[in-house]
Design a protein around this ligand. Structure first.
Ligand code: ADP
Length: 245
């Protein structure tokens, strides 16, 4: 894949695959292109060149007779439905209750009945420890609670892939643990593929099958967490880890 913003090429011919059920964490300095990758997969950014596939299905562009052809909006939507994303700033709908936030997409996108959607939402809220706040509005919740609701909302669409973009960066330090705890449980209990951008190195170590170190839009090195964190080979990885650990 290639991504440019104007004349600034942020990702230059980057290629990687996340396997079914695999958890891959992207680490690296600010501005190295990590969030852009997640936004491209979510189709929140337009790919400049190349292709992205999800579950073998082309996401933004496909190759047809040697030409690169844009996928129709309808097909794009069908594929992005299989992807859940949790953002740094929660992004809950402020005028809806917790329950309404969760059933919105299942009812209006998936076409699920309201009762069934509510039943499923209740189970998901229970999983993230937020069922007791189902009638609250986001503004009545702490950041950690809002983020746990946002995680439940992403799971409500039964995604194949979960994208986590610095989901604890906006939280007060004492609230980080509850959110990471919920994510660790989900990682342990499901086989959802995850692509994670985080500054929480212990979390990356705990949940990842593979860690990819980025710098300036390309992969400096990658491997199992033990190798990257305990015996990084590349100087840039060593410098980065020294600065953040
Ligand atoms: P990271 O997540 O690693 O901090 P980003 O993906 O946010 O990095 O950013 C990578 C580069 O892309 C940066 O140089 C940033 O300025 C640029 N960039 C990101 N989004 C935009 C945008 N919407 N318009 C212009 N440049 C952008």
């Amino acid at each position: 894949m290639v991504k440019s913003f104007g004349s600034n090429t942020v990702l230059d011919d980057l290629n990687f695959t996340v396997g079914k059920g695999e958890r891959v964490t992207l680490i690296g300095p600010s501005g190295s292109g990590k969030t852009t990758i997640l936004r491209l997969v979510m189709t929140l950014e337009e790919l400049t060149g190349g292709y992205i596939h999800v579950g073998g299905v082309p996401l933004q562009y496909e190759e047809q007779g040697g030409r690169r052809v844009r996928i129709s909006d309808k097909r794009r939507r069908r594929t992005t439905q299989q992807i859940g994303m949790v953002f740094q700033h929660f992004n809950l709908f402020p005028n809806m209750t917790v329950m309404e936030n969760i059933i919105e997409a299942p009812v209006h996108v998936m076409g699920l009945g309201k009762d069934e959607a509510a039943e499923r939402a209740e189970a998901l809220l229970d999983k993230v420890g937020m069922a007791w706040k189902k009638d609250a509005r986001p503004s009545q919740l702490s950041g950690g609670q809002q983020q746990r609701v946002a995680i439940a909302r992403a799971l409500a669409m039964d995604p194949e892939v979960l994208l986590l973009d610095e989901v604890t960066s906006a939280l007060d330090p004492e609230l980080v643990g509850e959110v990471l705890g919920v994510l660790k449980d989900i990682a342990a209990e499901t086989d959802i593929s995850m692509l994670i951008v985080t500054h929480e190195m212990q979390f990356a170590r705990d949940v990842s099958d593979r860690v990819m170190m980025f710098d300036q839009g390309s992969v400096v090195e990658q491997g199992v967490p033990d190798k990257i964190f305990s015996a990084p080979e590349h100087q840039r990885t060593q410098d980065f880890l020294r600065a953040v650990l």
